[in-house]
Design a protein around this ligand. Structure first.
Ligand code: NOJ
Length: 592
């Protein structure tokens, strides 16, 4: 299997691509359309571009595409602010093109999963426009409207109904003069939160979801869906304040926590959604809940098939390990034992009940080869492939974010003007205004900004990496001259070819979906080693995540006689337990 990229798929339970639970051995490829491929030369990726690259996805061997939002939107948060759930943004194309994409993907055996952004809408959505127009509006209670805090005048500092801090800086409350009230927005002010306490909201969202399923899509990735239930103070119409960390300056907003994550009605709301939308439909549909701040206990409840809430979740602990107590921009070095331990805890926690998503990156995270690997020309290919091997051979559904399969890296942003994303730009402006050092702020942005993931996909070494014939909306990474799809397809040593082999291995080896998981040498600082076992088959994964050489047996890995190498990023297959070179990854298979 090592040198023969394949797309063959086994039909054992849990690995049949036609089976209801195809996703257990499956791989989902995330398309963030704005930066994927531009078919009309306006510098913005679009649905025509996605259709034109389906061959790329088929060649890679993925089972499904998750399409980040293409809905009508003013694009304040690049599409995560939807103004019409049942239409497509003109810069992305038309509903007819979306139907064509679904048909063409299905013809290739690729499912299409849409983003579902229903914690909030855009402030331009008809529901919100109605809601803000009058306290009498039938849509008033679609959103969270609250008076100023007692004894305060609306709009003055400290008058906000709770002390919650928005994910995108500042308070989560926006004063609205028209009706003299605040509305809640956990994200930008242009993203007002829907009130899931209101049955009319739930019915409207369920109807919209059924409309999409009737159109032929294969499921939903649900944006921050564990935030839809907020902690309401019992017996009062208010919401609960969050505890302010000791030492925080007076008037500080408190970072979101238990008041907004996994709220009191969350399991009930998801079970109801499942009943109202999915019950009685094709069992091959898939639901994925993006769940920041989720615990293993909640994770088991969310994904226990017997409870019928969602099929799997996205968790965040492993992508928060390089953040300090000050949050995302408070950079901390990443320690391999902690990273291994975090993934291991979730493997064990969801071993008997539940299911997780495996991801290094998405449109909100920096590029994994720059973050967890070594993106120098010397080690980029090896470290990208070693990281992929480790992740995808855990238990769970694997996700590949566009460009990850090419080993794309973080971008060389020079000044604040090179950034686009509101999270980065708001943070920078707020902190500069408070007197923080702009250079230090920029240094953190370069490492963590979401824009790292949003530079256009590098298809060729040519102008704008073949992404557009026009001017790209965000600059293409100059390293596209070396890092691009075209140069990788026929190169067996490329990142793309390795991903292809890895995906084939996931499909072909039932143990990947079904096997148990045992972490070896948890404290080792350079070696990530584990076994997967089921039905007498053992896969042993060995990855040396650093420069230099490492002898796995000398470090304590017990050799299993008869183990054969089934996948490696070392080129010529080394013997099973030979020393591992820099960033070498090797997968061994043995049978009882
Ligand atoms: C999570 C999405 O992944 C992110 O891109 C977005 O900004 C927020 N949710 C708000 O929708």
């Amino acid at each position: 299997m090592t040198d023969t990229p394949g797309t063959s798929r086994a039909t054992e339970p849990g690995t049949d691509p036609q089976a209801p639970e195809w996703w257990r051995s499956g791989v989902v490829y995330q398309v963030w359309p704005r930066s994927f491929a531009d078919s009309d030369g306006d510098g913005v990726g679009d649905l025509g571009g996605v259709i034109s690259k389906l061959d790329h996805l088929e060649r890679l061997g993925v089972d499904a595409v998750w399409l980040s939002p293409v809905h009508a939107s003013p694009m304040v948060d690049n599409g995560y602010d939807i103004s019409d759930y049942q239409d497509v943004a003109p810069e992305f194309g038309t509903l007819a093109q979306l139907d064509e994409l679904v048909a063409q993907a299905h013809a290739r055996g690729i499912r299409v999963v849409m983003d579902l952004v229903v914690n909030h809408t855009s402030d331009q959505h008809a529901w919100f426009r109605e809601s803000r127009s009058s306290v009498e509006s039938p849509y008033r209670d679609f959103y969270w409207w609250r008076p100023p805090r007692e004894g305060h005048v609306g709009g003055e500092p400290g008058a906000e109904p709770t002390n919650w801090e928005s994910f995108f800086s500042g308070s989560t409350w926006q004063w609205d003069e028209a009706t003299g009230a605040y509305y809640l927005h956990l994200f930008a002010p242009e993203q007002p939160d829907l009130s899931w306490e209101n049955p009319a909201v739930r019915q409207a969202v369920h109807a919209m979801m059924r409309w999409w399923l009737d159109r032929g899509i294969d499921g939903f990735r649900m944006d921050v869906v564990n935030l839809i239930s907020k902690r309401v103070v019992p017996g009062t119409p208010g919401l609960a304040d969050a505890p302010v960390p000791p030492g925080a300056p007076p008037g500080s907003y408190a970072a979101p926590g238990d008041e907004t994550f996994n709220g009191p009605r969350i399991h009930e709301l998801l079970a109801e959604m499942h009943r109202e939308v999915f019950a009685g439909r094709d069992a091959g549909l898939v639901t994925v809940g993006e769940m920041p701040g989720t615990t293993i206990e909640h994770g088991r409840l969310y994904t226990d098939p017997a409870r019928a809430e969602v099929d799997m979740i996205f968790t965040f602990e492993h992508v928060d390990l390089d953040s300090g107590p000050g949050g995302k921009w408070d950079l901390r070095p990443l320690e391999l034992p902690r990273l291994k331990a975090t993934l291991d805890r979730w493997q064990q926690g969801l071993a008997d009940v539940g299911w997780n998503s495996l991801y290094w990156s998405n449109h909100d995270q920096p590029r994994p080869v720059s973050r967890f690997g070594d993106d120098s020309p010397q080690h980029r290919v090896r470290s990208a492939t070693a990281l992929a091997t480790v992740l995808q051979l855990h238990r769970g559904t694997a996700y590949v974010y566009q460009g990850e399969e090419l080993g794309m890296t973080n971008a060389p942003f020079a000044t604040i003007d090179d950034f686009d994303d509101l999270e980065s730009v708001n943070h920078y402006r707020e902190r500069v205004a408070r007197g923080d050092d702009p250079e230090q702020l920029l240094a953190a942005l370069r490492v963590k900004s979401r824009d790292n993931a949003r530079t256009p996909v590098q298809w060729t070494a040519g102008r704008h990496a073949g992404f557009t014939t026009g001017e790209p909306w965000l600059a293409v990474n100059p390293n596209h001259v070396e890092v691009n799809a075209e140069s990788q397809y026929d190169d067996p040593a490329s990142v793309f070819s390795h991903y292809r082999r890895l995906i084939a291995l996931r499909h072909d080896e039932p143990v990947v979906a079904r096997g148990d998981f045992t972490l070896l040498l948890p404290e080792h600082e350079r070696l990530w080693a584990f076994t997967r076992r089921a039905d007498g088959v053992t896969l042993t994964v060995l990855a040396h995540l650093s420069d230099g050489e490492l002898d796995p047996v000398a470090e304590g890995v017990v050799a299993s006689p008869g183990a054969e190498v089934v996948l490696t990023n070392e080129g010529t297959a080394a013997s099973a337990y030979a020393p591992l070179g820099p960033w070498a990854a090797r997968v061994l298979r043995s049978q009882d």
